[in-house]
Design a protein around this ligand. Sequence first.
Ligand code: DHB
Ligand code: MG
Length: 222
Amino acid sequence: MTLPTPDAWTRVDRYLSEALVGEDTALREAVVDQRAAGLPAIEVAPLTGKFLHLMVRVAGARRVLEIGTLGGYSAIWMARALPEGGSVTTVEAEPRNAAVARGNLARAGVSDRVRIVEGRGSDVLPTLVGDGPFDLVFIDADKESNTVYLDWAARLGRPGTVVIVDNVVRSGEVANPASESPQVHGVRRGLEMLARDPRFDATALQTLDAKGWDGLALAVVV
Ligand code: DHB
Ligand code: MG
């Protein structure tokens, strides 16, 4: 068996992306504009964008909540999966990110379905109680706050709500309890919460893609 060297997994990622994803101009330009504006290159990989899109469809989600908009790349993918009348509410703490996202969402033609709420998640999420229940929640913001975001995902959800958490492997560091990274400890606290909090049933999948070795947690609100 061939080991998944970076060269090999990058080749496979490219092959699968080209075979299955088919990014259009709006998605490609969203990434170009995001880079030009100096935002970090940490948007989800194309295959993960398509995964989120399919999860919205599989769940039949009408109300989607995203925590961490960045430049709007993942919000475009999820907005395109919504049924008539559906919406994405996406929370962003950094005004500069929100401004880039606004342009990207407009070019993708989904501004009518996506609302960006600016502010820190811990401030903004309590204000969204009247907008729920959300059918799918994608958590992709500061990892130190993952337990806070999971708590709000459960409160703003309903039994059956799908919860997806990005970046739960972090190049394998998640399995290192002695890690000195506060992000890794945030991720670990989030996974431990998913395991023990009776409001969730969860698993996690490792990914090797354009962004390297990482992974997604997938949970359902019980
Ligand atoms: C980081 C954050 C992300 O959401 C991501 O997908 C990759 C990296 C980070 O903060 O390092
Ligand atoms: Mg992420």
